[in-house]
Write a protein that binds this ligand. Structure first.
Ligand code: SME
Length: 153
């Protein structure tokens, strides 16, 4: 991972240790921090699996509000990650089948699953207004971040 990402991950890790802050606030703070610190991160949100339904719901986010607050498993990039349990990097959303658009400004996307006790319980979703905005650094950074987030849940 590039030094900037390493430092950011460490800063986030330290901030999350503040036990008096409610989890929802921590998740919102992570979204805001990602959008503020990483220029290509134009939208960042956490989707979680509904309890009794094969559907994701949007819990917190930063960036433009989206109408896609509920996504069935299998639909779009997010819905596919709910089933595949694997990080999904989309360099160019216009070339992607089974994609749910959150606006014409979005050009690339990355979705990383969050595992608690080996179970996929949600995901971090990042959109960018730049094509090919994400690379292996983002994959490693966000997968490590997902591990940190899992410890809050
Ligand atoms: N593009 C996503 C939908 C969620 S938005 O990016 C906020 C998808 O295809 O699942």
């Amino acid at each position: 991972m590039e030094p900037f990402y390493l430092k950011l991950l460490e800063d986030i890790r330290l901030s999350l240790k503040q036990s008096e802050i409610p989890t929802d606030k921590k998740l919102q703070w992570i979204c805001d921090t990602l959008c503020n610190q990483l220029p290509n991160y134009d939208w960042a949100g956490f989707y979680f699996h509904q309890k009794d339904k094969d559907e994701l719901y949007l819990k917190v986010f930063c960036g433009e509000p989206t109408e896609h607050t509920h996504i069935p498993f299998g639909k779009g990039i997010c819905g596919q990650v709910a089933l595949s349990n694997e990080t999904f990097l989309v360099p160019d959303v216009s070339l992607q089948d089974n994609y749910i658009s959150c606006g014409i400004t979005v050009k690339s996307e990355i979705v990383v699953p969050i595992f608690v006790n080996g179970k996929n319980i949600g995901q971090i979703d990042i959109d960018s207004h730049t094509k090919s905005a994400f690379d292996q650094n983002d994959v490693v950074f966000l997968e490590k971040l997902a591990t940190e987030v899992a410890q809050l849940l």
